[in-house]
Design a binder for this molecule. Structure first.
Ligand code: MG
Length: 207
């Protein structure tokens, strides 16, 4: 399986990251290897190579069939369940690689950088519209991020159509759909929880 992540998919997050209103012309994606998975609400250990390790809370879509060059109108067939994830990002290293035009792997693809909820919820139980979901993340009991999938710049079906032109989607692949405003650092001793439509899916320690 592979982990496909979308960057810059919520306007307010682009503003906090780049201080600009310039929208991407197409979905921007990068990938994490399977060794990046952090499952079962296991603790996240802050790696020693970063001085600013940020959380990014994201809706995660589990792909349920094989497809390439999927037409947007058929993209809905490629998922039935959604969960939550944290796209852990070494922000200091990301600034360096962006400034130098280098690949993103060292800041995005490191071990355990993709926390994924142990539970995925059938979309049908959440109302059936993937672009009408609300999620929230709290650190130490304080809400840090609130996301509404209606605010995505590129909706899930558009992302699936776009990405599958380049990369074949396979059953079990995970699609991280971008983070809303409010990203920030984690520190050892923090506790992270996140809810999707009021259901707690992420609940783990930072060490
Ligand atoms: Mg992200």
């Amino acid at each position: 399986m592979k982990i496909i992540c979308i960057g810059r998919n919520y306007l307010e997050h682009i503003r906090e990251l780049d201080n600009t209103d310039r929208l991407p012309g197409a979905p921007q994606f990068f990938m994490k290897p399977d060794t990046a998975l952090l499952r079962n609400n296991d603790p996240f250990y802050v790696p020693s190579f970063s001085r600013q390790l940020d959380y990014e809370t994201e809706l995660v879509v589990r792909i349920c069939r094989v497809g390439r060059s999927v037409e947007e109108r058929f993209a809905r067939r490629f998922y039935t369940e959604v969960g939550l994830g944290i796209d852990f990002t070494a922000r200091d290293l990301q600034r360096e690689v962006i400034a130098n035009g280098l690949p993103w792997e060292i800041c995005k693809a490191f071990d355990r950088s993709a926390a994924v909820s142990p539970t995925f919820v059938p979309l049908a139980e959440l109302g059936g519209d993937i672009q009408k979901l609300h999620f929230e993340m709290s650190l130490n009991g304080q809400v840090r991020q609130r996301g509404d999938t209606a605010m995505m710049i590129f909706g899930v079906d558009r992302i699936i159509s776009y990405v599958s032109q380049f990369v074949t989607l396979k059953m079990g692949d995970l699609l991280f759909t971008g983070t809303p405003v409010g990203v920030g650092p984690v520190h050892p001793g923090d506790h992270l929880t996140a809810t999707l439509e009021g259901r707690t899916l992420l609940d783990f320690d930072i060490r």
